[in-house]
Design a binder for this molecule. Structure first.
Ligand code: NAD
Ligand code: UDP
Length: 312
């Protein structure tokens, strides 16, 4: 392609992260093609972009091939919440595996650079803490999370093989728990569940004893990391996340405090294979690109609470 302006395809572009990414790319003056099957994505998320002449959206499912002319591809299509990816696990595998094959085939044909949204779930229930990119993970191949975890792992394999075999210009990011405005009320992930429950004065559902940990990254920080990696020349997987680690109980207490809610905690059964600890080592991406997150949990939660107050 000879034109200066890049055309960028964002699969999963009507979802939580994808819609923020479309918006950022338009601000940076790219032509943006948003592709989504609207499973967990919403037209509402991209409503304010529709009138932008540099924006188009296509209703399409990446388990089917598609022919397009693009310069960059961000492959984000895949439900990310356990509730949604476990609803139809076979479809989740197809989205990850066939979706990756179709997007990589497209990248190969048009010589586009392609970035895969992988996940901290490739580390499974990790024995290494914090998790570094060199760690191969501890994943149950036959459990209820496997459709997602193993789906993302085979997608990484496909990316590396298309790179080695066909010289496709790949990037892989392993995203750790990310939160912020535009998560669905019924998303099912912990931050949105707790904020919605706190605002409604309903019991806060802590799964298990709540001692399990996660590291939460605010979406605006993640977006800067995504672009930094896309613009880098690194073809190896890179962690993107916020290394501040909290137990689920600590998260619940923070949300109760910040919302001023009278909600009480209740404990529910912990889901099978729920990872015990999770925290990214981000030294590699920081060294390569200078990226690191800057929004702390309280700041990010306040913005997220504000969003849910408006939509509830
Ligand atoms: P999301 O569910 O809000 O977005 C996923 C989008 O993909 C939705 O718009 C959905 O409709 C679309 N989609 C799903 N299957 C599709 C298919 N077969 N064809 C076309 N579109 C399809 O989730 P999110 O949190 O925005 O996550 C986006 C990506 O980032 C996912 O690939 C997810 O695995 C990855 N990721 C997210 C997190 C996180 O904490 N949010 C963490 C790790 C990885
Ligand atoms: N969790 C919880 N209550 C909820 C939702 C989730 O205690 O209402 C816990 C869940 O068991 C896990 C952690 O919060 O230990 C993060 O869950 P989430 O689904 O957000 O993401 P993931 O497990 O994929 O990291």
């Amino acid at each position: 392609m000879s034109k200066d302006k890049k055309t960028v395809l964002v699969t999963g572009g009507a979802g939580f992260i994808g819609s923020h990414l479309c918006e950022l790319l338009l601000e940076k003056d790219f032509d943006v093609l948003c592709l989504d099957n609207f499973y967990t994505g919403r037209k509402k998320n991209i409503k304010k972009l529709i009138d932008n002449p540099n924006f188009e959206y296509i209703r399409h499912d990446i388990t089917q091939p598609i022919l397009l002319e693009v310069d960059w591809i961000f492959n984000f299509a895949c439900p990310a919440s356990p509730v949604h990816y476990q609803y139809n696990p076979v479809k989740t595998v197809k989205t990850n595996v066939m979706g990756a094959i179709h997007m990589l085939g497209l990248a190969k044909r048009v010589k586009a650079r392609i970035l895969q949204a992988s996940t901290s779930e490739v580390y499974g229930d990790p024995d290494m803490h914090p998790q570094r990119e060199e760690y191969w993970g501890n994943v149950n191949p036959i459990g209820i999370r496997s459709c997602y975890d193993e789906g993302k792992r085979i997608a990484e394999t496909l990316f590396m093989d298309y790179h080695r075999q066909n010289q496709v210009d790949i990037r892989i990011i392993r995203i750790f728990n990310t939160y912020g405005p535009r998560m669905l009320v019924n998303d099912g992930r912990v931050v949105s569940n707790f904020v919605v429950q706190a605002l409604r004065g309903e019991p806060i559902t802590v799964y298990g004893d709540g001692e399990q940990t996660r590291s939460f990254c605010f979406v605006s920080d993640l977006l800067k990391g995504i672009l930094a990696v896309m613009e880098s020349d690194c073809n190896q997987p890179l962690n993107l996340g916020n290394p501040q680690e909290y137990s689920i109980l600590e998260l619940a207490e923070k949300i109760i405090k910040l919302t001023g809610s009278s909600s009480k905690l209740i404990h529910k059964e912990k889901p099978l294979d729920d990872p015990v600890r999770r925290k990214p080592d981000i030294s590699k991406v920081k060294k390569l690109t200078g990226w690191e997150p800057s929004v702390d949990l309280e700041q990010g939660l306040l913005k997220t609470i504000e969003y849910f107050k408006q939509i509830l």
